[in-house]
Write a protein that binds this ligand. Sequence first.
Ligand code: G3I
Length: 379
Amino acid sequence: MRLRERAMKTRQAITIVTLVGFLVGAVSCMAEQDVPTLKDVLKNHFLIGGALNGRVVTGRDSLAAAIVEKHFNTATAENDLKWQRIHPWPDQYNWEPADSYVAYCEKNRMAIIGHCLVWHNQVPRWVFRDDSGNDLTRDVLLTRMKDHITTVVGRYKGRIKGWDVVNEALNEDGTLRNTPWLRIIGEGSEDKRYDYIEHAFRWAHEADPNAELYYNDYSLESSKAKCDGAVALVKHLKSKGIRIAAVGIQLHGSLTHPSVEGLEYAITSLAATGVKVMVTELDIRTQSRGYRGADISRVSRASTSDSDAASAETQKKLAEKYAEILSVLLKHKKDITRVTFWGVYDGASWIGGSPLLFDRSGQPKEAFFAVVRAARESR
Ligand code: G3I
């Protein structure tokens, strides 16, 4: 081929590639514009959000940030406000990750949720021990709890809308979980069994009287006994005049649970105590074998990974389950103030499989459109 012909062909090829690139860009841009916004379709019903990790709020995960900024009007810190992260040593607070989270949410005008003040997981060992490694006395542990709550809630006073004050305090049968909080502060005595929870709520209220305070737990939608335990806890707090605004049903579901009946039981019995109900950690594992709860020591990405996750059949089932859950939540929207996904897209979830509405490249899945349909069908 002569030199001039070759140059012409090269120019033509470049033009074609550029045009194709432009068209693909334009089409995907139009497609992007066509994707409805979750916070718009749900705006008359409840807040909608996700759990954010440090990579999102510092801009290192731009895929997640784009989803968050388009779709969510509320956010929960996935890990950055947990005791271990924010208060790793007795006199040392690590504010930077939490400050970045709060600043990011404010910049994007999202309702900010604090998770969590008192939990048995992700608490450094020193919290429960004295210098010789023995369990603390009740009074010393109460003082540590008070200092922590007062300092952390106080720092974000007026900025964090609501706090998961106590997280996962119940066993599956509704009794109180045997944690160091219960053992040491409750001193094994029946009349002190709710003491640590009462104190936590009182101190959180003192630190920010306008913040909403929540109790948060998993399996409330699948274990009636556990849900009844949460109802008893709320009634107890209310009988003592302690403010509690809502109970968080975490709702780590699967393709086969919760049942509509179980979810409705949880919403109606919790709401009957006079609190609001929130879905605080929504995701659906596509691999449903084995343990159903959300105890991190029993669940991991590996234990929930699913080689069929991307199949059309699994995605259809996922969409159906999300649609079912959303239609129950929308039916009870007078009692529900917020729904938060536990993560933003599949690649950044704490579990494997295909648990969220956006796939590993950030694209909305069939489940996303099923949620949008359910919202649009609700009046
Ligand atoms: O950041 C450290 C990193 O520095 C270190 O190298 C690495 C080594 O293991 O650990 C990293 O911390 C991990 C952290 O997630 C951030 O990725 C912790 O080990 C890991 O235990 C932690 O898991 C979190 C888990 O709670 C325990 O706090 C999950 O991300 C988080 O999704 C999960 O969320 C809980 C809710 O708070 C309560 N309800 C159940 C839900 C799922 O378990």
